[in-house]
Write a protein that binds this ligand. Structure first.
Ligand code: FMN
Length: 184
């Protein structure tokens, strides 16, 4: 039975590798649905049709209108990567004007297994809100791959998007995602 992975991305440079990450997740057996923040959707505008074709699902960056049907199957796991400083803080604070942040905020209450891998530089990481947000999300049951065993911040201007550790996020999705026989 195919299991569904929602891959959510915000606007940080590793998002440009999302096609290869979708293929890697599909190779692991996931049916992938791609969700983007509005800024990430703007960055990927010229690729959106191709990404929809690759996943076989509409790429979503906006809430549906009231009364519109859900266009995606239900999630067995959500991976929010790269998650920006902005998106991590919005999520922790419960500020849900953006579709993908709304889904993961609600996902905590719904018990959907969720993995976040931030992409922030060392300057953002020193802002007092960030550590609090990571702690808030971890306490709520989100697997946050940050620090040892996850994403380690780079100095401002020295980011290497090609080294963003996507494999860790996919490994964690396999580890925490709902199993077909879990009955959840
Ligand atoms: C070239 C470029 C690179 C950026 N890299 C990052 C980044 O690595 N991490 C981050 O948190 N924000 C980064 N930003 C800033 C975010 O794109 C910006 O805060 C945006 O509002 C995030 O919105 P979102 O969280 O809704 O996607 C970058 C911006 C630009 C223009």
């Amino acid at each position: 039975m195919t299991r569904t992975l929602y891959l959510f991305c915000s606007a940080a440079p590793p998002v440009f590798d999302v096609a290869k990450v979708i293929e890697a997740a599909q190779a692991r057996g996931w049916d992938v649905c791609l969700g983007l923040t509005p800024t990430a959707a703007r960055w990927l505008q010229s690729s959106l049709d191709g990404l929809a074709a690759l996943t076989g699902h509409p790429v979503r960056s906006e809430y549906k209108l009231p009364g519109e049907p859900d266009v995606w199957p239900k999630a067995d796991v959500i991976v929010f990567a790269p998650s920006t400083f902005n998106s991590v803080n919005e999520w922790a604070l419960g500020l849900t004007t953006k579709f993908v942040v709304g889904v993961v905020a609600e996902g905590i209450g719904k018990g959907i297994p969720t993995v976040a891998m931030p992409c922030v530089n060392a300057a953002y990481a020193q802002h007092p809100a960030f550590e609090r947000s990571v702690e808030t999300l971890r306490a709520a049951g989100v697997t946050v791959l940050y620090g040892e065993g996850g994403f380690v911040p780079n100095e401002p201007g020295q980011g290497r998007p090609s080294e963003y550790p996507w494999e860790l996020a996919l490994d964690a999705a396999t580890a925490v995602g709902r199993r077909p026989d879990s009955g959840v």
